[in-house]
Design a protein around this ligand. Structure first.
Ligand SMILES: Nc1ncnc2c1ncn2[C@@H]1O[C@H](COP(=O)(O)OP(=O)(O)OP(=O)(O)O)[C@@H](O)[C@H]1O
Ligand SMILES: [Mg+2]
Ligand SMILES: [Zn+2]
Length: 510
C-alpha cells in the first residue's frame, strides 16, 4: 500500500515542498530511503522504528521504501522523521490517512516518540500559506514561530501519539492562535546610551549614523568606550516594524538560533563576530548553505571590533555585500541568496600600541609601524565608512561625574524623526541617506553658492577623494535632517567634515 505525507525543507531562506511517499510491499523485510537523502536522513530509520514501537504501534517485517520527492534536491537533517512515521502507519493501515492531504508535517523524533524542534519553521509556514496548505503539524517548541503566519492553522504536537490522535480525530489538537503584533515601540534592551559618560562627540556621531543609516568607524585608545558605544547603537535605531521582525525571525529560525517557544525577534540584531572568524562564517555558505554573520545582522548592526585584526580576505569579502545589501553563496550546484542589509560599525586603535595621538599616554610605535597597521584596512573598505570618529580617552572629570548621558529613548525619538524626513523625501525608493542613488543625491544635496565655495576650500585642505566627498555630502544631509532643515548649509558641512579624520591621518602617516 502507498501513502503520501506532505512535508517541507528549506534551501537558503526559502522553503519548498517535499512529499514523503511510503510504499509497504511484499518481499524480504527491508527499509530504504531514496530521493537524495543525506546521512542524517538515513539515520531516521532507527528513530522512526523505535518511535513507532514506543507509541504502541508496529513496523511490520516487510519491504518499506520511502521516497522523498522531488528527488533532485538533497534532503538534509531529521525533520522528515515525523512524516515518515506517519506515512508508515498510514501505509500499513494502522492510521486512517484520510486527513493527510491538506496537512503538512515536520519534526524530529526521539526514540521514545517525543517530537523535537527543527530549524526554519517560519520560512516553511510562509511557503505553506503560499501553496494553500491550510494545516501544519509542528513540534510544540517551534509552534509560536509558525503561528506568526496568518491564514494557516498551526497544530503544536509534542509526541507521535498526539499526532496520531489528532489525525484520527480521537483527540484533536487545538490550533495555536497567532500572537498579536508587537506595539510600535521597541522593548527595552539591557544596555542604554545613558550609561556612556562624556564622549559628547562620539555620542553625536552615533546619533548621526543611526539617523542616516551610515557605517561608522570608531578610532581610539584602549578603554575609551568604543565597544560600549557600538553595543548601544541598536538601542537608538528605529524599532523593527512587523514585516522587518518577520524577516529577521525567519533568518534566525533557519539558522537554528531562535530560542524554543519564542515569538518574533523584537530587537534589532547586534552581531559581533570575533576577529578570527572565517570568510564562510562571516559571509555564509559552507556545507549547509547557512546564513553568515552578515545575514544574521540583517536589519541590525554588524560590529567588527579590532578591525585590523580580521583576516584580510574576510574584510575584502564584505565589500560586495555592503554595496548590494545581499549576498549570494554557492552550494553544490545551487546558489542561494541571503539578505544582508546591515549597518557596519568598526572599532580600532589608532596604532599597534593603541596610544597614537592619546594625550594620556605615549605611543611606542614608529611611524612605519603605525602606517603598516592602518594599511591593513584597504582604502576601498575604509571608503565604506561614512563616519570616522575619534574616541579619545574619557577625562577623569567626565568619568567620575554622575551619569548624565541622554537615555537611548530620547535619542531614538530624534533618529525616528530624521528617518521620517528621509522616508518622505525618497518616497519608498530608498530607506536612508546612506543608500541614496547618485540621482537622488543630486536632487537632495543641492548647494547654494556660499556653502559650495566653503566646500571647495575644505576639500583642498582635507585632500578628500571623490568617494570621501560623496560620504561628506550624505552625512551633511543627515545632519540637516536631524535638524529638520530642508536645505543644508555651511554648519552642516562643517560638522560632517569632522567625521573624515581618517582621510587626514592616513595622509599624514602614509
Ligand atoms: N565613556 C564611558 N563612560 C562610562 N564608562 C566607560 C566609558 N568608556 C569606557 N568605560 C568603561 O570602560 C570599559 C571599557 O570600555 P570599552 O571596552 O568600551 O573600551 P574600548 O574602547 O572598546 O577598549 P579596547 O580598545 O580595549 O577594546 C567599559 O566597560 C566601561 O565600563
Ligand atoms: Mg573594545
Ligand atoms: Zn602606538
Amino acid at each position: 500500500m502507498l501513502a503520501r505525507v506532505h512535508s517541507a525543507a528549506v534551501l537558503g531562506l526559502q522553503a519548498y515542498g517535499v512529499d514523503v511517499e511510503v510504499d509497504v510491499g511484499g518481499g524480504l523485510p527491508a527499509f530504504a530511503i531514496v530521493g537524495l537523502p543525506d546521512a542524517a536522513v538515513q539515520e531516521s530509520k532507527e528513530r522512526v522504528r523505535a518511535a513507532i514501537r514506543n507509541a504502541g504501534y508496529e513496523v511490520p517485517p516487510r519491504k518499506i521504501t520511502i521516497n522523498l520527492a522531488p528527488a533532485d534536491v538533497r534532503k538534509e537533517g531529521p525533520a522528515f522523521d515525523l512524516p515518515m512515521a506517519v506515512g508508515i502507519l498510514a501505509a500499513t493501515a494502522q492510521l486512517n490517512g484520510g486527513h493527510l492531504d491538506g496537512t503538512l508535517l515536520l519534526g524530529e523524533l526521539s526514540l521514545d516518540g517525543r517530537i523535537r524542534p527543527v530549524p526554519g519553521l517560519l520560512a516553511i509556514a510562509l511557503a505553506a500559506r503560499e501553496r494553500g496548505q491550510p494545516a501544519l503539524i509542528v513540534p510544540e517548541r517551534n509552534a509560536a514561530e509558525a503561528a506568526l503566519v496568518e491564514g494557516i492553522d498551526v497544530y503544536p504536537a509534542s509526541t507521535l501519539a498526539q499526532v496520531i490522535g489528532h489525525l484520527e480525530g480521537s483527540a484533536p489538537i487545538a490550533p495555536l492562535r497567532r500572537p498579536p503584533p508587537p506595539a510600535a515601540e521597541a522593548p527595552a534592551g539591557d544596555v542604554d546610551f545613558g550609561e556612556v559618560r562624556g564622549q559628547a562627540h562620539a555620542r553625536r556621531a552615533m546619533e548621526i549614523a543611526a539617523a542616516g543609516g551610515h557605517n561608522v568607524l570608531l578610532v581610539g585608545p584602549p578603554g575609551s568606550g568604543k565597544t560600549m558605544l557600538a553595543r548601544r547603537l541598536p538601542t537608538i535605531l528605529p524599532p523593527l516594524s512587523w514585516e522587518e521582525a518577520i524577516d529577521v525571525t525567519r533568518i534566525y529560525s533557519v539558522a537554528g538560533l531562535l530560542p524554543g517557544g519564542s515569538g518574533p525577534v523584537r530587537l534589532r540584531p547586534f552581531r559581533s563576530p570575533h576577529h578570527t572568524t572565517s570568510a564562510a562564517a562571516m559571509i555564509g555558505g559552507g556545507a549547509g548553505a547557512r546564513p553568515g554573520e552578515i545575514t544574521l545582522a540583517h536589519r541590525g548592526v554588524l560590529f567588527l571590533d579590532e578591525l585590523p585584526e580580521f583576516h584580510r580576505d574576510v574584510l575584502e569579502a564584505l565589500r560586495q555585500p555592503l554595496e548590494d545589501r545581499e549576498v549570494t553563496v554557492a552550494r553544490a550546484q545551487l546558489t542561494v541568496t541571503f539578505p544582508a542589509a546591515f549597518m557596519l560599525v568598526g572599532a580600532m586603535n589608532p596604532c599597534p600600541c593603541g596610544h597614537h595621538g592619546d594625550d594620556g599616554a605615549d605611543c611606542l610605535c614608529s611611524p612605519p609601524q603605525v602606517a603598516r597597521y592602518l594599511g591593513r584596512i584597504s582604502g576601498p573598505l575604509l571608503d565604506r565608512f561614512d563616519l570616522h570618529v575619534d574616541v579619545p580617552r574619557v577625562s577623569p572629570a567626565d568619568l567620575t561625574a554622575p551619569p548624565v548621558g541622554e537615555p537611548s529613548e530620547r535619542i531614538r525619538a530624534r533618529v525616528c524623526a530624521a528617518r521620517e524626513h528621509q522616508r518622505r523625501r525618497f518616497a519608498g525608493t530608498c530607506a536612508c541617506n546612506a543608500l541614496m542613488t547618485a540621482k537622488q543625491m543630486r536632487r537632495s544635496c543641492r548647494l547654494a553658492e556660499g556653502p559650495r565655495a566653503f566646500l571647495r576650500t575644505a576639500i583642498e585642505r582635507l585632500g578628500l577623494s571623490a568617494r570621501g566627498y560623496d560620504r561628506l555630502l550624505r552625512v551633511a544631509r543627515t545632519i540637516a535632517d536631524l535638524e529638520g532643515a530642508a536645505e543644508f548649509g555651511e554648519a552642516h558641512l562643517a560638522e560632517a567634515m569632522q567625521y573624515r579624520v581618517f582621510d587626514r591621518s592616513l595622509r599624514l602617516s602614509g
